[in-house]
Design a binder for this molecule. Sequence first.
Ligand code: PAF
Length: 278
Amino acid sequence: VEIITDVAALQARTLGWRAGGLRVGFVPTMGFLHRGHTSLMSLARPRCDKVVVSIFVNPLQFGPAEDLDRYPRDPEGDAAKCEAAGVDLLFVPDTAGGGFYPGDFSTTVAVSGLTSGLCGGKRPGHFEGVTTVVARLFGMVQPSLAVFGEKDYQQLAVIRRMVRDLAMPIEVVGGPLVRDDDGLALSSRNAYLSDEQRARGLSLHRALVAIAASPEREVAALKARGQAMIEADRLDYLEIVDAETLAPLAEVDRPARALAAGFFGATRLIDNVAIAPK
Ligand code: PAF
């Protein structure tokens, strides 16, 4: 895999590919890659001529008390995983000097409505940070297609809306959530968990599966059942929403999604499952 750290060199390469009629696929990441990320690369690979992966731990999407400073990193391991996944270009922006954002960077991309609840409600400014960096990365990479994981279900919906609203000529593909053998949703942040926290973290998935399997239609009853099962130190939210609009539901009468976020020690885990109409 070719590794590029300079924006001008990246754009020269990707614009050259586009001019040659090649379809460029893009998987943006924050690194410390796992099977969830490589599954997104595998979705891009057969759909595109060239696959670009970026690794950038984006400060704009972290709150002041969050884990920006200790976010796990593994540059060599990440490059090896990209190589094995058949990635053509790995973009690791050089953050020295001017950094990724110029000193007078003054643009924010914000999607309203979809970002007000769930993680957006609990992490103020998070999605503005995500949409701003993703819009900037799209400008840098100029992809025809971009892949995002359903693990961050709200993020995927927000990116789809941004791409639609700003008429970006990019096909957004969602990749299914990938789990460890024990059922824990793969996340770079799982590396923070002690064995005991990890064991309790599995309760998120168990609760969501129980909700999806229940014949109950009333959301209040389903949430009460799920909440009783989750062994978090602090439950951020457990919600059942319309799968498309993310609007809260009173009854499961259409395709829905159950989503949960909670703290296990200092580590915040998120998970979600699809719920078919009952
Ligand atoms: O999902 C992530 O890893 C990040 O939010 C993303 C999309 C790479 C933007 O920094």
